[in-house]
Design a protein around this ligand. Structure first.
Ligand code: ADP
Length: 645
């Protein structure tokens, strides 16, 4: 014991103080003194004494209470209690607090020194034990930390690599390292042969691992497959666990995917007899789970790759163009037909903004107006005469798909049909005028009987119908050909009022009510007054015609962003969704058009042509049985529209 050890005396002024100090000095100790709890605190922190000797009370405070607090902060500090007399009850309490020894009068110098030496020795032994324990715990903690690090690293590898071989080899390597085993293997069940083969191994000869096959029947690995329970053992004589080698100790844990055991992860010792622990078995189970996750990921990836390849082939072989874009309008996929349509070559376009790759004006226009124009069908016309029908369909979570269907041949047919109709209509006009004229003359050349008069009326009605059909057709031809070059400043609300006046009687007859929502001070339009009247007329006539008696109509006229918005809303029969894309085609009548309602299916085709000739847009929203809304947007006169020539 180094004689310079410091003994801290915590005591009030007392006759024994001098005796103690002398005795301790004489035995070679350094001595310092604290007279109250504050100076005791300070001394403990500043001087690190080898032992504390404290009296039963210190400056009025209970010595044992002070010791309790001190030992919480300095648990290894040896403390000697100096009691006023031999007091068993006090000593029992002191032992509970953790006091090392006691002194009480009468004091002898030998007793003092012996008690101090004895207490210090005990404290030293305690210190040695604590240090040993700390070292042992540190080693075991370090081991756990190493294990955790290995597992975390392995988890990261599984997440980041798709190379199953390297992941499984890492799992087996980790199993060998964490258990300290001689060798490790990952066996997978071959369902066809009911044999296990080695998918990954550690410390096995390569050739052995490659050719290794173990029947499930009568093998320990097979038992794990069957029962789904881990197996571990250790014994003095080596056990022949497989047809090919003997081991002293092993752990086999099952590899499960979706509740099914698909293989076994194992480690073993063939040379030494070192046993494995339960903790090793636990680690092996975690590693087996890792391996199962990796195998499952690889299988899922393989399946999704196969599906993707199938989808790629399908989309590539579709004759229509397909472009898939994300929410930021970057290309996710573009098939050969779409590349061919826009002449985009073979370069990789994935990730490129679609409007950088495809710069055709019609295409750009469609994408730019898509948010405000809910129409899904658009046309893209190329200078070489090709025409594509384009559909833009939003795809939830992804973005949108744009399809392109070539309709050049249909367009050509349509043109031929129009030309043919135009010629026929033209040629029909003169004979029709003649028929109408002569029929009117019939009763002037001689009296007709009642039946003859009835026949004449039939002839007149039919000729009138044919005449309006022919007029419609000729109008359509003229509008489509762009012959209407007349441009006037027009107040659309005046046309609306005029048309409504004409329709008033029909609405009264059908007991329909009408609501007008016409904004004040609407800007005028520049356009052809005859055609715009035709447009308003057709839409309002339809609304009255296709709305049953008692229904209601709303007409809305407003200006927004230099545009006039004209809406005709009715509570009529509505238009089935399947008919909606075709409703503006010539001669098209919806499948639910009431049988007794006359019509040719030309009105809306005329309306659409007029709207387009005025650089406007038209669309419809309709629900069968609830009603329809036809919306027309035309540029206001301040927006200086160009009427197509
Ligand atoms: P039609 O001479 O048949 O009225 P249109 O071209 O004006 O021809 O209209 C085409 C078809 O659209 C109609 O036959 C009818 O089926 C449908 N339709 C037009 N307007 C309405 C409407 N307001 N409500 C319900 N269906 C309508």
């Amino acid at each position: 014991m180094p004689k310079s050890d410091l003994i801290l005396l915590a005591m009030d002024e007392s006759p024994i103080l001098g005796l103690l100090e002398r005795a301790l000095h004489a035995s070679g100790y350094a001595v310092s003194r604290a007279q109250d709890s504050e100076s005791l605190d300070r001394s403990l922190l500043e001087t690190t004494p080898a032992l504390l000797l404290i009296t039963q009370t210190l400056n009025g405070k209970n010595g044992l209470d002070l010791c309790r607090i001190i030992l919480e902060r300095f648990p290894t500090l040896p403390i000697l209690l100096y009691a006023d007399h031999d007091d068993n009850a006090l000593f029992k309490k002191a032992v509970k607090v953790g006091i090392s020894d006691f002194l009480y009068p009468p004091l002898r110098i030998d007793d003092i020194v012996n008690a101090i030496v004895h207490t210090q020795k005990r404290a030293e032994r305690m210190g040695d034990w604590v240090r040993r324990e700390v070292r042992r715990t540190t080693v075991s903690l370090q081991q756990r930390v190493d294990e955790m690090e290995t597992l975390v690293k392995l988890g990261g590898t599984i997440q980041s690599t798709l190379d199953l071989d390297s992941v499984l080899t890492s799992v087996v390597t980790a199993a060998v390292e964490l258990t300290g085993a001689e060798e490790g293997q990952l066996l997978i069940l071959d369902d066809q042969t009911s044999e296990l083969y080695m998918r990954a191994g550690r410390n096995f000869e390569e050739n052995f691992a490659r050719t290794f096959r173990l029947p499930v029947k009568d093998s320990i690995a097979g038992q794990v497959i069957h029962t789904g329970q881990a197996v571990s053992f250790c014994q003095d004589s080596p056990n022949k666990i497989k047809t090919s080698f003997l081991v002293y100790a092993l752990i086999y844990v099952p590899l499960r995917i979706g509740g099914q055991v698909i293989g076994v992860l194992g480690v073993d010792n063939r040379q030494n007899k070192r046993p494995f622990t339960q903790h090793h078995e636990l680690l092996m189970s975690v590693l087996a789970d890792y391996a199962a996750v990796a195998i499952n990921n690889a299988r899922l990836f393989e399946t999704s790759e196969q599906e993707r390849a199938k989808l790629d082939t399908t989309i590539a072989s579709i004759q229509d163009g397909v472009i898939l874009i994300d929410k930021n309008r970057n290309i996710l996929l573009i098939n050969p037909a779409a590349r061919k349509a826009f002449g985009l070559g073979l370069g990789d376009l994935t990730g490129l903004p679609v409007l950088n790759a495809v710069t055709h004006t019609d295409f750009v226009g469609i994408l730019e107006s898509i948010s405000e124009n809910p129409l899904k069908h658009h046309e893209i016309a190329f200078d070489d005469g090709r025409v594509f029908n384009t559909q833009y369909v939003p795809v939830a979570e992804i973005g949108a798909v744009i399809t392109l269907e070539e309709i050049t041949h249909l367009k050509m047919l349509d043109r031929l049909k129009s030309d043919f109709i135009h010629t026929i209509s033209h040629d029909l006009r003169s004979p029709l005028t003649a028929i109408m004229g002569y029929v009117e003359l019939l009763d002037r050349v001689g009296p007709l009987n009642d039946q003859q008069k009835q026949f004449v009326r039939h002839v007149q009605n039919s000729a009138q119908n044919i005449t309006s059909l022919v007029n419609d057709l000729l109008d359509l031809g003229r509008i489509e050909a762009g012959f209407d070059t007349r441009k006037d400043e027009i107040a659309l609300e005046t046309i609306v009022h005029y048309t409504l006046d004409n329709l008033n009687q029909q609405m009264v007859d059908k007991n329909q009510n009408i609501t007008l929502e016409i904004q004040q001070n609407l800007p005028p339009l520049r356009g052809n007054p005859i055609r715009l009247r035709q447009m308003v007329d057709n839409l309002l006539v339809n609304a009255v015609k296709y709305t049953p008696a008692g229904g209601s109509l709303t007409i809305r006229l407003l200006a927004e962003n230099n545009q006039i918005i004209f809406e005709v809303i009715d509570t009529g029969v509505g238009i089935p969704t399947v008919d909606q894309p075709h409703i503006f085609e010539k001669f098209y009548r919806a499948s639910n058009a009431p049988k007794n309602t006359p019509g040719t299916g030309l009105g809306l085709a005329i309306v659409k042509s007029i709207v387009e000739n005025h650089n406007g847009r038209i669309w419809l929203e309709s629900t069968v049985g609830k009603g329809s809304k036809f919306a027309v947007v035309l540029p206001a006169s301040t927006a200086e529209p160009e009427i197509a020539q």
